[in-house]
Design a protein around this ligand. Structure first.
Ligand SMILES: NC(=O)c1ccc[n+]([C@@H]2O[C@H](COP(=O)([O-])OP(=O)(O)OC[C@H]3O[C@@H](n4cnc5c(N)ncnc54)[C@H](O)[C@@H]3O)[C@@H](O)[C@H]2O)c1
Length: 268
């Protein structure tokens, strides 16, 4: 159902790979709420993913950009502004990748050159993106920038591996850049810490089914779905949240503040 929350707004959505991707749902929700968007992903994802399909469905340009490459990011911002006819109101960073996780390395036996790549793709890219937007003065006043995070930034989830450090860094960039963007342009910067969600990136984590089931049991409201995350993102891009900035916002059915849930203790 549309409330036209984003009528007249223009946004860039990173990270829609296939229909399971959280970014895919956010893109659909934003357009449903009246926004015009451009879609972007890494060149390899444009070749092997389904993002072109989404672009056609939403009438959105699909622009290749490796989020670790400043030239790509600058070109993306220029092309998006050109295609949409003006400055940007909202941006979603929905990017995560760890070679150590992919190659099933234990946390105590990581390859550190891969770790640096993980941090670059999953966290430093957020700073790169904001720096490009800031330097180009590409955001409208009272714009909104979001990245997606996970509670392993604050609590230990051993199988989440080095992505925990990536998320801690990502959240810190939201706070620090949120200050600068707030002062300069009244732009807000936040992270949303989402429940475990069945996607390509999510299901790559060892023991994901157990993660997912445990969180589902622990949360009084149950896990938040990708569609629900999309609705939350749309609200954060809307004018109803203009003074929310530099926050890590838990979107997890209450999981983050639970101590014990009798449901989980109730084992035979
Ligand atoms: N799925 C979960 O359980 C969960 C929970 C909390 C947070 N998140 C976060 O949500 C975000 C989106 O992940 P998802 O679960 O939708 O999975 P996904 O696999 O659909 O999305 C990850 C995206 O990152 C993109 N990407 C990888 N390297 C890139 C690069 N160099 N440049 C540009 N894009 C690149 C991929 O192409 C892909 O589209 C990630 O930040 C993830 O950590 C996911």
């Amino acid at each position: 159902m549309s409330n036209n929350l984003l009528k007249g707004k223009k946004g860039i959505i990173f990270g829609a790979l296939d229909e399971q991707s959280i970014a895919w749902k956010v893109a659909e929700q934003c357009v449903e709420q009246g926004a015009t968007i451009s879609l972007t992903n890494a060149p390899v994802a444009l070749r092997f993913g389904k993002i072109q399909e989404l672009g056609e469905k939403l009438n959105a340009p699909v622009i290749a950009a490796d989020a670790t490459n400043m030239d790509d990011l600058n070109a993306l911002i220029d092309q998006s502004q050109e295609a949409m006819g003006g400055k940007i109101d909202f941006v979603l960073h929905s990017i995560g990748m760890s070679l150590n996780v992919r190659k099933k390395r234990e946390y105590t036996n990581l390859k550190h050159d891969w770790m640096l790549k993980t941090l670059d793709i999953s966290a430093v890219s957020f700073h790169r993106l904001m720096q490009c937007l800031y330097e180009k003065d590409a955001m409208n006043d009272w714009g909104s920038i979001l990245a997606l995070s996970y509670i392993a930034a604050q609590r230990v989830f051993p199988d989440y591996n080095e992505m925990a450090e990536a998320k801690a860094l990502l959240e810190s960039f939201a706070r620090s850049f949120g200050y600068h963007f707030g002062v300069k342009k009244k732009v807000r910067v936040n992270t949303i810490s989402q429940s475990p969600t069945w996607t390509t990136a999510g299901s790559g984590v060892k023991g994901f089914q157990q993660f997912f089931d445990y969180a589902e049991e622990m949360s009084p409201l149950g896990n938040a779905t990708a569609d629900e995350c999309a609705q939350y993102c749309a609200m954060m891009f809307s004018d109803f949240t203009r003074k929310v900035t530099m926050q890590n916002l838990f979107h997890d059915g209450g999981y983050s503040f639970m101590g014990i849930n009798p449901k989980v203790m109730d084992v035979e």
